[in-house]
Design a protein around this ligand. Structure first.
Ligand SMILES: *Cc1c(COP(=O)(O)O)cnc(C)c1O
Length: 354
């Protein structure tokens, strides 16, 4: 081994879903929103002053922070923004998870948590979900260095009722509890209202799913001013200008158009509920999703085979080749038309297989 190789930081990276190229494909593999961003975003994009690209963006991102604070009824000192919630969560790990005790997150959950813990050398334990893929709050009532879980969870789509989320926060006053609400706009009640009661709670959300802006990379955290200041101190110690100018301008426009936001959410939720019905008719079972995806397994046909068959048809869903997950496919909710292509194919394919 060459001497310097001993000093390379070695990590097993997170593997994002494929971004296949082509026009005719049906892409249901990364939980993107099938509808475009709000019309105001398009207008602002077309009218954007390109000369402003010469300059550094606003380091405190105040326009975006202010509009989010107003929308959620918070002070501007209670909101932190970052380059997608991945950046916000990574910063949060660096900022809040510095105990020698292990942090806790579910064994079946967003697989990036383990990658950050490894990258930052944070010890961790992963309490198992129960047989029905539910988080057991009692598993989090023990000594730990911090807690993070998504709600609704990924890739199951299951929502943990707010009283159970609160129990986890209440029983852990000595550590920071992060609730990753990437999918909360699609169902369930946000833990946001608890931030006034619990100073150890950080709620993280994203523009990538419900606000149709995965390509711009905007995420945000909400919590008490002390937590937000600590996050900003770490951010400024790493990269002062995380948010680029177009994201700041366009993100603000997305928040302003609440009517469009609510209409889009309603369409996706309606399609999700219809999809549950169709999947059941086709012989699938799944946890009851409150998100914009369904984690479905077929009663007779292995998920890996369905995954390959779909891919040949240019229909992309997500398959995790891991214990407990490899019987299921995570199917993002697309437009009605996209879901009809999926169901049309599955109907034929499964009839032939039977
Ligand atoms: C999609 C997702 C994120 C990250 O989203 P960003 O695009 O980085 O905002 C974080 N947590 C969960 C559970 C997700 O599914």
């Amino acid at each position: 081994m060459i001497a310097w190789e001993a000093n390379i930081r070695r990590v097993v990276p997170y593997v994002p879903g494929d971004q296949p190229k082509g026009d005719r494909l049906v892409k249901l593999n990364t939980n993107e929103n099938p509808y475009p961003p709000a019309p105001g975003v398009r207008k602002a994009l077309l009218e954007m002053d390109y000369d402003r690209l010469r300059k550094y963006p606003d380091p405190i991102a105040s326009d975006l922070v202010d509009v989010l604070a107003e929308y959620y009824g918070l002070g501007s000192d209670q909101v932190f923004v970052g380059v997608g919630s991945d950046d916000v969560i990574a910063m949060s790990f660096l900022t809040f998870f510095n105990s020698a005790k292990p942090i806790l997150f579910p064994d079946v959950s967003y697989s990036f948590y383990k990658v950050w813990a490894d990258l930052f050398r944070i010890p961790f334990e992963t309490p198992a979900l129960d047989a029905a893929f539910r988080i057991c709050p009692e598993d989090y009532f023990k000594e730990n260095g911090g807690i993070i879980f998504p709600n609704p969870n990924a890739p199951t789509g299951l929502y943990l009722p707010l009283d159970q989320v609160e129990a986890i926060i209440r029983r852990n006053p000595d550590v920071i509890v992060i609730v990753d609400e990437a999918y909360i706009d699609f169902g369930g009640t946000s833990a946001l209202k608890l931030i006034e009661t619990y100073d150890n709670l950080l709620v993280v959300q994203t523009f990538s799913k419900s606000r149709s802006m995965a390509g711009l990379r905007i995420g945000f955290a909400m919590g008490n001013p002390q937590l937000i200041k600590a996050l900003n101190d770490v951010k400024y110690s790493y990269n002062s200008y995380t948010m680029n100018m177009p994201s700041l301008v366009l993100g603000k426009e997305a928040v302003k158009d609440d009517t469009y936001f609510k209409e889009t959410l309603k369409k996706i939720i309606d399609t999700r509920e219809r999809s549950k019905k169709r999947l059941r008719e086709l012989g699938f079972t799944f946890p009851d999703s409150m998100s914009n995806f369904i984690f479905a397994s077929h009663k007779t046909v292995p998920a890996a085979e369905i995954f390959e068959a779909l891919r040949k048809e240019q229909i992309y869903v997500r398959y995790f080749k891991q214990p407990r997950l490899d019987d299921s496919l995570r199917i993002s909710i697309g437009t009605e038309e996209e879901m009809n292509v999926l169901f049309g194919f599955l109907e034929h394919y499964l009839a032939e297989r039977a």
